[in-house]
Design a protein around this ligand. Structure first.
Ligand SMILES: [Zn+2]
Length: 456
């Protein structure tokens, strides 16, 4: 029973983290358009390509763009609320363009003067998940969101693209912004304290993970540090992440809470906690997320980070993970270590759930005959699949789920909440089952590639 319930809940988590979508890149200025124009009467020298370096276009601060993302099941729009200058930039100074195409959205930054593409990142959002709910067919709703990037030196153009469920990418927002005017500077709050739990090197060349606690009162301060240290050890001893611990820094941030625990709206338990973590997100019992984005961002800004974890001070089972947003997990549940890594698979590496026994409500997260963008599941269209080079020629395709192929990389039917039509790479994986199992080879490789992006 427990397992069914768990699967149902976790199923919901991933939709956003994975974003239903195959991976055509967002269109650049298209050559097609150019050919439609009348040909130039004389030769014009091509524009000099702009060499993009971090030092030329960015200062070593973090810019946070706070947005309102609003809409319904059919429509969406963005509005810029505020620009905030946070602390030092913790991300890479060389990996400015996102080589992956995961997530329901993607943002691009171009230098206004030269048009040079400076920075891109894929991400997913609570909004895109809410769009699939029944409520979104009836009403319009807004979600606070933030984009983070190194601080451009000069005015820039922000462009946001979203994917349709059928995988089409379209521009939904564009705006010229000036980082030198109307920008607010972040000011720290004395009661919020940071500790370094694992430091392997300089922030620019490491994946910087930040664990924030929610629902820890002043008297539970020591419990918070104990809990945070325990989960840092879970990561450092995990087979996949532990293998890269020399590329990872881990910090924890204590934020005092008025109330102890995590809100449970279905029980009428609404708590006053700084990050606003709550079960029953989108009416799903074990989906523990927060819609209080600004509270979260203002707290997180006290430390450098690439990836966020929100730890709920609770023994109740639940969690969630949204690609390039955050992962959540409970501090004191028997499965907490599993949730901790599984959800990070979604939020950090863009991995899809590999299980396929779930309720009907999750059946349409992946459209038939559309290749998902997620690196670890495939629709196997036209005989192609992403991890083919990892499969030995002697392994049958599709691969039967028998003892002979128990630890073999192949093509096993059943993944992404569908028993038919979607495939995974191995029989078992941390993205599939709740047992003491590691990531499959494909998930481990995708995670390693993402760690590389942050640590070069
Ligand atoms: Zn896997």
């Amino acid at each position: 029973m427990m397992r069914t319930a768990v699967i149902t809940t976790l199923a919901l988590f991933t939709f956003v983290s994975c974003g239903p979508a195959p991976g055509p890149r967002p269109p650049e200025a298209t050559p097609v358009e150019r050919t439609r124009r009348a040909p130039p009467t004389r030769r014009v020298a091509p524009a000099k390509p702009v060499k993009v370096t971090f030092a030329r276009f960015f200062t070593d601060h973090t810019l946070r763009v706070d947005l309102m993302h609003r809409g319904s099941a059919k429509a969406e729009s963005y509005k810029v609320i505020e620009l905030v200058r946070e602390g030092p930039w913790a991300g890479s100074r060389t990996q400015l363009l996102d080589p992956f195409s995961y997530g329901a959205h993607r943002f691009e930054i171009r230098d206004a003067a030269t048009g040079a593409l400076l920075y891109t990142r894929g991400y997913a959002s609570l909004f895109s998940e809410w769009q699939t709910t029944r409520e979104a067919r009836k009403i319009t709703k807004g979600f606070s969101e933030s984009l983070r990037l190194p601080m451009p030196r000069a005015p820039f153009d922000l462009r946001i693209l979203s994917r349709t469920p059928k995988g089409k990418v379209r521009q939904v927002f564009t705006r010229r912004l000036n980082p030198n005017t109307k920008i607010r500077s972040f000011r720290p709050v004395a009661q919020i304290t940071t500790r370094v739990l694992h430091k392997s090197g300089p922030d620019h060349k490491r994946l910087d993970i930040l664990i924030l606690g929610d629902g820890y009162t002043q008297s539970e301060r020591e419990k918070f540090w104990r809990d945070a240290r325990r989960f840092a050890q879970v990561m450092l001893t995990d087979r996949t992440f532990g293998a890269h611990k020399d590329k990872i820094n881990i910090r924890a941030l204590y934020v005092p809470s008025v109330d102890s625990g995590v809100s449970e709206p279905r029980k009428g338990r609404l708590l006053n906690t700084p990050l606003g973590l709550s079960f029953n997100t989108f009416n799903s019992a074990r989906y523990m997320m927060t819609v209080k984005n600004l509270g979260l961002r203002r707290a997180a800004a006290h430390a450098p980070y690439d990836a966020l974890y929100l730890m709920g001070n609770t023994s109740r089972y639940g969690g969630g993970g949204i690609y390039n947003l955050y992962s959540t997990f409970p501090s004191d549940n028997e499965y907490d270590a599993y949730v901790f890594i599984h959800e990070f698979g979604h939020s950090f590496a863009g991995l899809a759930d590999e299980y396929y026994t779930s309720e009907a409500s999750t059946e349409n997260m992946y459209k038939a005959n559309v290749e998902p963008a997620d690196p670890n599941i495939t629709a196997f269209l036209g005989g192609r699949f992403k991890w083919k080079k990892l499969v030995k020629p002697s392994t049958p395709i599709p691969t039967p789920a028998t003892a002979k192929y128990k630890h073999v990389v192949g093509l096993f039917e059943g993944a992404g909440y569908k028993a038919k039509g979607l495939y995974r790479a191995q029989q078992d994986c941390k993205m599939k089952g709740k047992g003491h199992v590691d990531f499959c080879r494909v998930c481990a490789n995708a995670t390693a590639a993402m760690i590389k992006l942050y640590s070069e």
